[in-house]
Design a protein around this ligand. Sequence first.
Ligand code: URP
Ligand code: ZN
Ligand code: ZN
Ligand code: ZN
Length: 461
Amino acid sequence: MSTLIRGGLVVNATGAVPADVLVDGEKIAALLAPGFPIEADRTVDASGKYVIPGGVDAHTHMEMPFGGTFSADTFATGTTAAAWGGTTTIIDFAVQVKGTSLLTTLDKWHAKADGNCAVDYGFHMIVSDVNETSLKEMESCIDAGVNTFKMFMAYPGVFYATDGEILRAMQKARETGATIMMHAENGIAIDQLVAQALAAGRTDPVEHGLTRPAELEGEATSRAITLAKVTGSPLYVVHLSAAQALDAVARARDTGQNVFAETCPQYLYLSLEDLARPDFEGAKYVASPPLRPREHQSELWRGLRTNDLSVVSTDHCPFCFKDQKELGRGDFSKIPNGMPGVEHRVDLLHQGVVKGEISLERWVEISSTTPARMFGLHPRKGVIAPGADADIVVYDPQTRQTISAATHHMNVDYSAYEGMELTGRVDTVLSRGRVVVDGSGFHGAVGHGRFLARELNQYLI
Ligand code: URP
Ligand code: ZN
Ligand code: ZN
Ligand code: ZN
C-alpha cells in the first residue's frame, strides 16, 4: 500500500519546506517537489496543513498500580487516545516492586502491553530496589531495549531511593551507557510537612501543593545533578515543574554536564489555583511534583526556548474523579497522584507556536524529534525523511477546538483542560503507513502497535 500526502508544509526540527511525502508500506519513501507527477494507492490532501513527524510521548503510565488503585487507561485505551492526539509512540514505565526482579517486572509489562497497543511503544524501568541482583539485571534490561531507569527521591517507603542507592545505580549507568531518570523532590522533608498539615486538620487538595514547596524540588534536582557529576552518569530529570529546578539544570548544562530535563503541559498551562478549586475539585489536579504558582510558567517556556528543557512529555497517569480521586477526600495524601493528558500534548504545545513562545520547528523538536533521539528511536521516529517509519501527522493549524471530557478518548471521567479553546487540531494520523485517524474517525487497531527495543541515548553532549 502506498500513500501520497500532497500539498502540505513538511515541518521537521531542522526546518519547514513545502513537499509531497510518499509513503511505501510502513516507511517514508521520498520527499517530492510539490505536485511531482506520481500516483499512489491513496492520496491525502494536506494543502494548508503541516506534515509533521508523529508525536513521541516519553512519559506515560497506563494501568499503573499506584496509591491502592490502577491508572484508568489501559494500554489499549491510552494508546488509542494517543493516536487521536497525534502521538504515535509512547514510552511507558514498568514498575519494579521492592523485593521483586527487574526482569520479571519487564515480562509483566510486556504481558500487559503486547498485542494491546494501537501505536508503537517502549518501556523505561522504575527501579525501587537497588541491590546486587537488580544492578546486574540492569544490563539484561539494556540488552532487551530498556536502557532508561527511573528513580525516586520522593515517596519514602514506596519508590524512594537513598542517595547511596542512587549513586550505585548511576555508577551502573555510567558503566553501561544507560540514562538515569529522576523524580526529584525531597520526599523525606515533604513527608514531615504532610504529617504536620494533616495533624493541623488541613486536609484539602491544595495542601498537596503547599506541602511540596518548589525549593524541595530545586534541592533534590541539585542533589541528583551532583550525584550524576560524581558518577559521570547521564541524568534526565522528569516532569520538572519549578523555576528552582530549572536553574539547577541550566547551571549544570552550562558546564557541559549530560543533564537533560522534560516538563509537561500541565506545568505550562495549569497552576496552584487549580489545586485550590473548591468542593474537592482540586483533586483532579493532584500530581507530583504539584502544579506551581503561575510565575513558574514563563520560566518553563523560556527553558523550552533555551533547550534547558529539551522535551515535553505528559506524565499521563489518569485517575477518575468519581471513584479514584475520591480515595483522598478528607486526606489529601491519599489522593492518587497523576493527571490525564496523552491525547492533548501536541495540541497544547501548538498553542506555544500560536502565542509566539516557540517556533514551528521547536514545536516538532520538543514533542517528537528530541524524545526520539534521547530515547534511542531516531531516525526511525521523530523525523519526516526517507527511511523513517511513516508515523506522520497532518496538522490543521487553523481549525479551532474546545477540549472536553465529553469528546476526548481517554478512559477518564474528567479533563484537566475542560473548556479550554485551542487553535489547531490533528487532521490525519499515520502509524507505520496505516491511516489510524482521519476526518471520518479511528481506523487503527489495538494490536497494531509494536514494542520498540531502543538504542542508547543519542543526545549526549
Ligand atoms: O503524580 C504523578 N506524577 N504520578 C505518576 C508517577 C510519577 O511520579 O511520575
Ligand atoms: Zn515521577
Ligand atoms: Zn510519571
Ligand atoms: Zn473510573
